[in-house]
Design a protein around this ligand. Structure first.
Ligand code: ZN
Length: 143
């Protein structure tokens, strides 16, 4: 199993979380489907979240932020050292900053976001380059 393939089960969980964003309920509560999970070093799921901007009326309730808050609560610490964030869409500037602030060990994302993505797309750098620059960012991909 390759490096990217090893994150496939987590990416599937993140995709399932994303699907919940467009589930039942009134249209004004429908969120853009983005999902995220946070894994510990053993691969155990510590947090699982989806975009909640509309339903929570919260501009910062991106899937990554919600998952990071969940993981911090679960661990009783804001330091998410050694953990991996797996998200279906390339993080925006806010979420990329939160990944750094939370000291996450690794970031794996699915689709690139040429409009708002802040890891590879916006900066014009490749994922490989971002990884080399920060020493901790990695990128996965789902077809
Ligand atoms: Zn974001």
């Amino acid at each position: 199993m390759g490096y990217t393939e090893s994150f496939e089960p987590a990416m599937r969980l993140a995709l399932a979380a994303a699907a919940e964003a467009t589930g039942t309920g009134p249209e004004e509560n429908q969120d853009v489907p983005v999902g995220a999970v946070i894994l510990d070093a053993a691969g155990t799921v510590i947090a699982r979240a989806r975009n909640r901007r509309e339903i929570d009326r919260d501009p910062t309730a991106h899937a990554e932020i919600v998952a990071i808050r969940q993981a911090a609560r679960a661990l009783g610490s804001w330091r998410l050292t050694g953990l991996t964030l797996v998200v279906t869409l390339e993080p925006c500037t806010m979420c990329a900053g939160a990944v750094t602030a939370a000291r996450l060990a690794r970031l794996v994302y699915g689709a690139e976001d040429p409009k708002a993505g802040a890891v590879g797309s916006l900066s014009g750098r490749s994922c490989r380059r971002a990884r080399a620059d920060s020493g901790k960012l990695a990128c996965g991909g789902v077809a």
